[in-house]
Write a protein that binds this ligand. Sequence first.
Ligand code: HEC
Length: 149
Amino acid sequence: MKSRYLLLPFLALTLTACGEVDPNSPQGQRQAIFKQMLKVSEDLGGMLRGRIPFKTEEFGAGAKQLDRLTRTPWQHFPQVREEGGESRAKDEVWQRQERFRQLAREMEASTAALVDASAAVPLQRADLAAPMQRVEDSCKACHEEFRAF
Ligand code: HEC
């Protein structure tokens, strides 16, 4: 939670600079969180694939940060779809809320499992591959069903 609030002023600047979505709107808030999730998960994946150096502490901290983040976008999908903006959310998000929530819960479970896996010190990259794959699959599954492109 804390990190999100620290981040918002910065994002507000970058977003308004491009004349985009109001950062305080539900859409602006969830998009900002998703961007953070992408950044953190790319760093974690990069550490496992050798793109960036693997460091036990950084991996563990990143996993925890991602787990905190994955609990937060869903509250910024209002009960009724907001008008306007540049949302990539499909109408299905509102038509099939049960399924959307189910995939959100799977996302949260996958990052919780990644936190558990990264508590086993000393960390072995090989042991983290499967839990990280589950996290990435969770992102993908929801995007395929509920994101326009
Ligand atoms: C339960 C569904 C769901 C899950 C799980 C999910 N996303 Fe998304 N994501 C969406 C939807 C819907 C949008 C479109 C939001 C909008 O534009 O209103 C989106 C948008 C995004 C965006 C674009 C944000 C922008 O700038 O407009 C990124 C990046 C993103 N998601 C990354 C991720 C990553 C990384 C994960 C996994 C760690 C993830 N998402 C998991 C549903 C999901």
